[in-house]
Structures are given as structure tokens and as C-alpha cells.
Design a protein around this ligand. Structure first.
Ligand code: SAH
Ligand code: SF4
Ligand code: F3S
Length: 483
């Protein structure tokens, strides 16, 4: 077993990042020679499969992994059974994400027994947890390569190490200050793309493991972000999603600080770019400047994901969210006054330690007042190492379930009411693909993030069309194209 660990990171200059990018390109050439060897052995192109378990940032990392894999000669497939190299990009935000990985690893083992040349890799947030690595070392010995979130840019180098060794390679770093630009990316959609504007999180909400597995907040230089978007637009991208755990604190730690609103103003200038989305916004950092930029913009979508997490001030304080119910509601008021047509969505946790049914009623009150267009509701999951995990007042499952069911009903009712308001309107949709149920229909996304399905020809995929929203089906519409 080869284990390397790096804890004492020093500050890197950006010249080092450039050097690192060149170094990784050299490793890509070397890895490509191993893939060519495998191709000769198999008598066909080797296939690779990248499976994403987590959030948009995790999905964007998967595009980077796939970019390197295709660069070195693998052909992508969505089918793990036929793949010669499978990598799981894991998530650990809630325990069910971890359990899904363990469940599917057993299946990968059975595939590898039939195909000994098969290689299996694990990366992502779950790998930053010490207990996970111990468990894999002991019980999943068939895994070939394990790395974490901080050294993903070294993927090509790690692949070379994997090809040159026949033992489990583990390379986990505690942290990094480095942001390596200019490595290949293989996008899932030709017309839209996620863009990392920052990495990590400094907020330490007491239930959340993300700051521990993704490290401290680091913003990318605006020039690098804008350059990347310009290249994407040249390559046919019309919609971007700016990604960060808390985009509202973008730029604070840059050598020349800038605000997220200022960055948005710059992104807006990019010719040919039609739509801008972003997530996630922490309510405590959402500025008046941002509301103003959104209000004035033709490109920023009329959608704001504004996680509230809970409605009870006592629980919000224990969660370390750093706003009150009243502050959140007045922020929403300000946003809705500036942009009456905005869709607001949220994340809610039920069952945080000490939460009573009366607390859940406070959350339900927020849902009724805000009238969310959609809300992702989660049952609290205890994450080892977080302050909330050590709290002694964990809530019994039956009580959590009762509160959760009550909340979910209100969330669904209000979202349905909100959706129905658009009935009969004509709105612009970006056509994202063929409908999964009926191939004569296409699916488009509206500025407010809602989906609409309508009969049309496939050549419209990636284009903007005006669609009449004829029938509301709760959370989506069916309609027809209007010329
Ligand atoms: N940075 C984003 C969210 C990242 S995680 C933000 O601050 O909003 C996405 C969502 O997962 C969170 O908004 C929260 O609702 C949920 N979540 C995080 N930790 C959780 C836990 N321990 N149990 C249940 N849900 C959790
Ligand atoms: Fe987690 Fe809070 Fe950071 Fe979001 S802001 S990633 S919920 S610690
Ligand atoms: Fe995302 Fe999950 Fe990591 S939500 S940041 S992939 S823990």
C-alpha cells in the first residue's frame, strides 16, 4: 500500500500553479501510453465510467476527471458493467450518500472478479474522512486508487502511479491553497456549464461536514473565471452556473478583493452568453448590491436558491447560521419587492438536535410566508466530527418523521400553488434535451428553473424557444412552441 499525506501546505504562487498544470500534462502523456498498451491487450478502446454522487460542485469535478480520462485515450460510457475503469466521485453530506457508495462497491467487486484488468478508483468528499479510508482499506481491498478533494488536479499523475503499481494507492491531503487552472474538462452538456468560482467553505454550520472535507474558502481570480467563460461561450455555451458553497462571500480573500456582485457585472458583459445562474447563496451574506445587479440584469436568471435550513431562532442559532427568522423573512421581502417575478427555492433540515414539533411549526410558517417555488427537505444526518454530532439532545426518529411529513405537505402545496400562477403565459425556455418519457417531446428550462415539456424537433436542443405554458402538472408544465 502506498500512502502519501501532505499536511503542511505552504502558500503557492500562481507561477507554481502554471508549472503544476504543465507537469500534469506530461503525466497525461505518460498515462496515455499505458492506455494505448491496454488497448492493444484488449483489442479495442478501453472504456471509462465516472459516477457522480454529490452536488453541482462534485458534478463539475467529474467533468474534470472525464476530461483527463478522455484525453489519455479512454472512451466514456455510462455503463459500469462494460467499463474498464470506474471512478466513484463521492459525497458525504448525509449518511445515505455514503451508504449508496458502499452498496455499489460490492457490485463493482463482482465485475472485477470477471474482468481482472478492471481498475476501480474512489475520490471526492467521502474520501477526506479518516474512518472511511480505514473501512475501505480493511473491507474493500479490490479498490486500486483513492484520493480526496484537494489533489484532484493530480489525477493524471495518480493514474500513472496506479498503472505502475499493483497495490492500493491512497493519496489524501488535509488541505491545499492551490488552484490549478487550465486542465482538460469534458462537459456533459454542449450548451450549458458549471463554473467553479470558489472552493471550500468557512461557515461551519454546526451540522455540516463540507468545511472539513472541502477545506477553507478560496476564490478563483476573476480573470481566470472570465477567461474560462469566454472560452466556453466560444465553444457554444449559452448558460453558465457559477458555483460555490457560499457565492456571496466570493472574492474576500483575493489579493485584490472584489464582491460577487462585481464579478456578476463582469460576467454579464460577455458577449454571446445568454443566461447566468449561481448557487449557493448564504442569506447572511446576500448584499443589497447583489439584489441591484440581479434586478438590472437581462442575463441573470430569475431564480435564487436561498437555503433557510430552519425557521426557529433557537435552532438557527444552534446551527450557527448567523441570521434569525425575522432577518431571513425581511431579506426575502426585499428581494421580492425588487424582483416580483423571482422564484425562490430553499433547503430545509428537519430533526436537528433539540428540534421540537413547535420548532418545525416555525419552519412551516417560513414556508407559508415565503411561498417557495421549491424546497429540498432533508432529514438531519449526524456527521462525525461536526459540533452537532456531539450534542446530546438528538431527536428520536418517529418525532423527526412526524415533523418531516407535516413540513413536506406544506412545501408541496405551496410549490404547486406557485407553479400554477404561470399557466397560460409564454416564456423563453432553453431546450435541454429529449423528454425521458416521450421522445417526440423536448424538455426546456425556464428562467425560474422550472421545466416545460413540449412537442418539437430535436434540432432545437441547445436553443432558446418561446413556449406557451398550457398545463401545469404540479412542478412542471406541458406546452407548445410559439413562433
Ligand atoms: N453550501 C450550501 C449547501 C451545501 S450542502 C449552503 O450553505 O446552503 C446542501 C444541503 O444539504 C444544505 O443546504 C443542507 O440543507 C443539507 N445538509 C447539510 N448537512 C446536512 C446534514 N448533516 N443532515 C442533513 N442535511 C444536511
Ligand atoms: Fe455547509 Fe453551511 Fe458551508 Fe453550506 S454554508 S457548505 S451548509 S457549512
Ligand atoms: Fe457536495 Fe457532497 Fe461534497 S454536497 S461538497 S459532494 S459532501
Amino acid at each position: 500500500m502506498v500512502i502519501r499525506k501532505r499536511n503542511d501546505m505552504t502558500q503557492y504562487a500562481s507561477a507554481n500553479d502554471v508549472k503544476e498544470s504543465a507537469l500534469q500534462k506530461e503525466y497525461m502523456k505518460k498515462a496515455a501510453s499505458y492506455v494505448t498498451g491496454l488497448e492493444a491487450q484488449l483489442g479495442r478502446k478501453p472504456l471509462c465510467c465516472v459516477t457522480t454522487f454529490g452536488c453541482q460542485m462534485n458534478a463539475r469535478d467529474s467533468e474534470k476527471l472525464l476530461g483527463i480520462l478522455t484525453q489519455i485515450g479512454y472512451v466514456p460510457t455510462d455503463c459500469e458493467e462494460e467499463a474498464d475503469f470506474v471512478i466513484y466521485n463521492t459525497c458525504t453530506v448525509r449518511d445515505n450518500a455514503n451508504q449508496r457508495v458502499y452498496g455499489r462497491l460490492g457490485f463493482l467487486n463482482s465485475l472485477k472478479k470477471k474482468k481482472p484488468h478492471m481498475r476501480i478508483a474512489l475520490c471526492g468528499c467521502m474520501m477526506q474522512e479518516h474512518a472511511v479510508i480505514e473501512k475501505i482499506k480493511n473491507s474493500y481491498r479490490f479498490v486500486d486508487l483513492i484520493f480526496g478533494t484537494h489533489n484532484i488536479y493530480k489525477f493524471a499523475q495518480l493514474l500513472v502511479t496506479m498503472f505502475e503499481n499493483h497495490e492500493m494507492i491512497i493519496d489524501i491531503w488535509e488541505k491545499t491553497d492551490q488552484i490549478v487552472e487550465d486542465l482538460p474538462v469534458s462537459r456533459k452538456y454542449p450548451y450549458k456549464s458549471g463554473i467553479n468560482i470558489m472552493f471550500g467553505c468557512n461557515n461551519f454550520c454546526s451540522y455540516c461536514i463540507v468545511p472539513y472535507v472541502r477545506g477553507r474558502e478560496r476564490s478563483r481570480e476573476p480573470g481566470d473565471i472570465l477567461g474560462e467563460i469566454e472560452r466556453l461561450v466560444d465553444d457554444g455555451v449559452v448558460e453558465v452556473m457559477l458555483l460555490g458553497q457560499n457565492v456571496n462571500s466570493y472574492g474576500r480573500n483575493l489579493p485584490q478583493p472584489m464582491t460577487f456582485a462585481q464579478l456578476l457585472r463582469e460576467v454579464e458583459q460577455i458577449e454571446g452568453l445568454r443566461r447566468i445562474r449561481f448557487m449557493t447563496s448564504h442569506p447572511k451574506d446576500l448584499s443589497d448590491e447583489l439584489i441591484e445587479v440581479m434586478q438590472q440584469s437581462d442575463k441573470i436568471c430569475r431564480h435564487l436558491h436561498l437555503p433557510v435550513q430552519a425557521g426557529s431562532n433557537r435552532i438557527l442559532q444552534a446551527m450557527n447560521r448567523r441570521y434569525t427568522k425575522e432577518q431571513y423573512l425581511s431579506l426575502v421581502d426585499k428581494i421580492k419587492t425588487a424582483m416580483p417575478d423571482i422564484a425562490i427555492t430553499t433547503d430545509i433540515i428537519v430533526g436537528f438536535p433539540g428540534e421540537t414539533l413547535a420548532d418545525v411549526e416555525e419552519t412551516i410558517d417560513v414556508v407559508r410566508k415565503v411561498q417557495y417555488d421549491n424546497a429540498f427537505t432533508f432529514i438531519y444526518s449526524k456527521r462525525t466530527g461536526t459540533p452537532a454530532a456531539a450534542m446530546t439532545n438528538q431527536v428520536p426518529d418517529e418525532l423527526v418523521k412526524e415533523g418531516f411529513d407535516k413540513l413536506l405537505k406544506v412545501v408541496q402545496d405551496t410549490a404547486r400553488e406557485r407553479a400554477a400562477l404561470l399557466q397560460g403565459k409564454v416564456m423563453e425556455a432553453l431546450v435541454e434535451g429529449v423528454n425521458e418519457q416521450d421522445a417526440s417531446y423536448l424538455t426546456g428550462r425556464l428562467t425560474n428553473n422550472m421545466l416545460v415539456h413540449f412537442p418539437a424537433e430535436q434540432r432545437l436542443i441547445g436553443q432558446f424557444v418561446n413556449v406557451s405554458l398550457d398545463v401545469c402538472h404540479g412542478f412542471y408544465y406541458t406546452g407548445h412552441v410559439v413562433c
